[in-house]
Design a protein around this ligand. Structure first.
Ligand code: GUN
Ligand code: FE
Length: 439
């Protein structure tokens, strides 16, 4: 067992964080040998319950759950910052040509290694990620995540039409490849597979049908795609699938909406779409830096809460502009505030932080339900993925956080002013990463 003394941040529910100024976090193996939180609470109360425990003290630092990124594209690491007149030209001019390079397994491995290190450097310990349509890009990403002992989910992109040579796959083979990858990787160590139709327009009905059949056959596997991001995309999807009630409903019609299905963006929804999300158990990956960068629109938080469906935060790199959860939380605040196209509101710092940790974990079905692992929080039983935050990381942060009168003011200072400099260390499965940084 190991223990850490510092301030500790965790979550009671979607709007309420628990904060211990002088806390103790005790890490030890669970019945399966997985490192988990064994105890957490005030240092004074806990310290006597664990005599002989070796305790590392981090004065002035905050231990918090590792961040969970609900939607990101590993192969778009180098696509960040590519300007375009909106989503479809961005895909055609930058993204598809770049993704075609991932047929080369060696290249895919080099990018996967950099990508995962960059996530960890920013305090992100779990992601639901797109690979490319090349199965070797999936193997590369899983292998690199396994080496780092991450709880990590990815899958082969399915796109068998309206895609250029080099990324377009073949209907029958794409489904055979998907099933082989599920059998090779899903449930190995901390890895999980996601069936990954890119978005409805670039899949034939046959490919979507096959994906839906796999989703039914493997209910523990995730499903990920994009929906209702951009008006031109929506018009295209409606043209191609006119029988469905809406763009979102197309996915339901092919059996692709269920628990453990995560749809990026979910911007241009009506209340029937929101109800479909709620009824099917699907979750939205809100991607605010991407939506602002590509000019896609503004996620309607009030609409989501009124109808009551699950959502969490995502970087959507490379449409998104940053790996940093702080930048994503700040952009989510901007998007919430926007009040011209929808009701504007001020999302609370605790709710913003929850969306990128415990909320994103709940959206993945990884909040301990029915024996599932629990991530994105630091309550007893949660897997030991956490970050050590330095609220004095920059002169302005030190000055600003010293003046915080309450938890909301402290968290909001970090959200507005923070970046990778705040992430002093990241622990994966109870071990500091990288190992040589441990002390
Ligand atoms: N829709 C289909 N593919 C993509 C993608 O790679 N990024 C974003 N933001 N939207 C998409
Ligand atoms: Fe995306």
């Amino acid at each position: 067992m190991k223990a850490y003394r510092a301030a500790i941040l965790r979550f009671a529910d979607d709007r309420t964080a628990l904060y211990e100024e002088d806390g103790l976090l005790v890490i030890g193996p669970d019945a399966q040998g997985q490192p988990v939180v064994r105890a957490v609470g005030p240092y004074r109360e806990l310290v006597d319950r664990f005599p002989g425990l070796s305790i590392t003290h981090f004065p002035g630092r905050i231990l918090a759950p590792g961040f969970v990124d609900l939607h990101i594209h590993c192969p778009q690491t180098d696509v960040i910052g590519s300007p375009a007149e909106g989503l479809l030209p961005w895909l055609e001019n930058y993204t598809f040509p770049h993704e075609s390079r991932f047929h080369d397994g060696e290249y895919a491995t080099e990018v996967a290694s950099f990508f995962l290190d960059e996530l960890l450097r920013h305090g992100v310990t779990t992601a639901l990620a797109f690979a490319t349509s090349h199965p070797s890009s999936v193997d590369a990403l899983f292998q690199q995540a396994q080496q780092r002992r991450l709880r990590f989910i990815t899958g082969k992109v399915l796109q068998d039409r309206f895609s250029p040579d080099g990324v377009r796959d073949q209907t029958e083979q794409s489904l055979i490849d998907t099933e082989a990858l599920i059998q090779r990787w899903h449930g190995v160590d901390r890895l999980g597979y996601a069936i990954t139709p890119r978005f409805a327009p670039t899949s034939t009905p046959e490919q979507l049908r096959g994906a839906g059949e796999l989703a039914a056959r493997y209910p523990q596997v995730w499903v990920q795609s994009h929906v209702a991001e951009n008006l031109a995309e929506i018009a295209w999807a409606r043209e191609l699938f006119p029988q469905s009630r809406s763009y979102l409903a197309t996915y339901a019609d092919f059996g692709l909406m269920r628990d453990r299905s995560v749809y990026a963006h979910c911007i241009h929804f009506d209340d029937d779409d929101r109800a479909l999300m709620r009824e099917t158990g699907a979750a939205a990956a809100v991607s605010p830096t991407s939506n602002l960068f590509l000019g896609s629109g503004f996620f309607d938080y009030q609409g989501a809460d009124r109808v009551g469906y699950r959502y969490g935060l995502a970087s959507d790199v490379g449409g998104g502009t940053s790996f940093s959860p702080f930048h994503t939380m700040l952009a989510a605040y901007y998007v919430g505030r926007e009040g011209q196209t929808k009701p504007g509101l001020s999302l609370s710092p605790q709710h913003l932080w929850w969306q990128h940790t415990a909320g994103a974990a709940a959206a993945l079905g990884l909040a301990g339900e029915q024996g599932a692992p629990s991530i994105g929080n630091l309550n007893p039983g949660c897997e030991a993925d956490f970050v050590l935050l330095n609220p004095q990381a920059t002169p302005l942060l030190a000055r600003k956080t010293a003046q915080a009168r309450n938890l909301d003011e402290l968290l909001f200072s970090l959200i507005v002013l923070g970046d990778d400099r705040v992430i002093e260390r990241t622990a994966v499965a109870g071990q500091w990463w990288p190992a040589q940084a441990a002390g």
